[in-house]
Design a protein around this ligand. Structure first.
Ligand SMILES: Nc1ncnc2c1ncn2[C@@H]1O[C@H](COP(=O)(O)OP(=O)(O)OP(=O)(O)O)[C@@H](O)[C@H]1O
Ligand SMILES: [Mg+2]
Length: 376
């Protein structure tokens, strides 16, 4: 059993002789995320202790460390404008830390704390951008496993203000490598768990599609698809039975989100298809260039107030043009064509019933006259 003294981690603490901690950016399930300064490259980074090996024997601790370093290396292969870059994995006092790109930002989870729910049109942009990053990750064999509002960051200042980036790729796994997790151990956050993972299966690319669908659903509907419950076992149970509360506010995205959250993984779209479905449903064909690699915008082309630092309204990014107009002008489900009006005269392509009846009577009259003439 390892029993080394635990260093007091706080501002000014130097990690791996290189990264000087400055201030806490937030704290999640696995420990705090810190803003730190990289003394070697003279730049800001975000740094997070991934897990603790305290209580493990030396052999187990080494195995865990090796796995984290390996996962960090896999994640570092991914370079995408909508993914937080992984720079480094380092050991500090025997514990693994992940060093990543620092994005001055607000997470979608924090945004939801401010405004309860986000407009469909803004969630569609976030969804397409994150799906684009995940499609690239899946192509190189990386499954994220923990997509949720807290892991989607939206830049709140600087030249990239409004850009959405998916965080926590460092704890992702290369699907080609054998799992060393004990059977029955569930990874991910209960509210966004796909049914198969809630039932104990290993996460796959298809489970990422479900979790992204559940995350976008939550951003629009204001609560997760399996509802709110402080008892996480109850949520996992509902997830295992795929008991989704039907969406009521998702508008143009309703069909896509339900497709992404299909209970059977093989019925879900791939991540690339999900990106295309989101773009087509919200913005019509050919919108990718306008949405991907661009900041999230409101209908009038400004950065949403929830995304801007100090909630500044009316902010415009130098990179943002107007949004394609489909979502503003088209209803969720196109209205059925109006029924043909009976007896409308002129301009119709088929004769009106009145004309048809008159013609019929005339033909009948002619036949009767012909018969009478033949009889006489
Ligand atoms: N690369 C980053 N740049 C800037 N801020 C970040 C970065 N990564 C995380 N943060 C901030 O720190 C907060 C906490 O992140 P963290 O990943 O620890 O928590 P979480 O995502 O809520 O939970 P979990 O640890 O389960 O993923 C985030 O919500 C975000 O506001
Ligand atoms: Mg996180």
């Amino acid at each position: 059993m390892i029993d080394r003294p635990r260093p007091i981690v706080g501002p000014d603490y130097l990690v791996a002789g290189r990264y000087r901690l400055q201030s806490k950016l937030g704290g999640g399930g696995m420990g705090a995320v810190w803003l730190a300064h990289d003394r070697l490259l003279d730049r800001d980074v975000a740094i997070k202790q991934v897990l603790s090996t305290a209580g493990l024997d030396e052999a187990e601790a080494r195995k865990v460390r090796d796995r984290i370093v390996h996962e960090g290396r896999v994640a570092a292969k991914l370079s995408h404008e909508h993914a937080i870059a992984v720079y480094d994995v380092v050991l500090e006092a025997g514990e693994p830390w992940l060093v990543m790109e620092h994005l001055p930002s607000r997470s979608v989870a924090r945004a939801l704390g401010l405004v309860n729910a986000l407009p469909v049109i803004e969630v569609a942009q976030i969804g397409a951008q994150v799906a684009d990053a995940l499609a690239a990750a899946h192509t190189v064999g990386i499954v994220h496993r923990d997509i949720k509002p807290g892991n989607i960051l939206v830049a709140d200042r600087g030249p990239g203000v409004g850009m959405a980036k998916l965080s926590d790729f460092g704890i992702s796994r290369n699907v080609t490598e054998a799992s060393d997790e004990p059977d029955g151990m569930i990874t991910g956050t209960p509210a966004y768990l796909p049914p198969e993972v809630a039932r104990g299966a290993q996460p796959t690319a298809a489970s990422d599609v479900f979790s992204l669908g559940a995350t976008l659903y939550t951003a629009i509907e204001g609560q997760p698809p399996f509802g709110m419950d402080d008892d996480s076992d109850a949520i996992v149970e509902r997830a295992a039975m795929a008991q989704i509360n039907p969406p009521t506010r998702s508008g143009v995205l309703t069909r896509v989100l339900l497709h992404m959250m299909e209970p059977a993984p093989q019925r879900r779209p791939s991540m690339a298809q999900a990106r295309e479905e989101i773009l087509a449903a919200a913005f019509g064909p050919g919108a990718a260039d306008n949405i991907l690699g661009a900041p999230v915008r409101t209908e009038d082309g400004t950065i949403p107030a929830w995304a801007a630092r100090n909630s500044a309204a009316g902010l415009r990014s130098p990179r943002s043009g107007p949004l394609p107009r489909r979502a503003q002008s088209q209803p969720a489900h196109p209205a059925p064509a109006p029924a043909q009006q009976i007896g409308r005269s002129g301009g119709g392509q088929s004769p009106s019933p009145t004309v048809a009846v008159t013609i019929g009577l005339l033909i009948g009259l002619v036949i009767i006259i012909v018969i009478l003439m033949m009889v006489m």
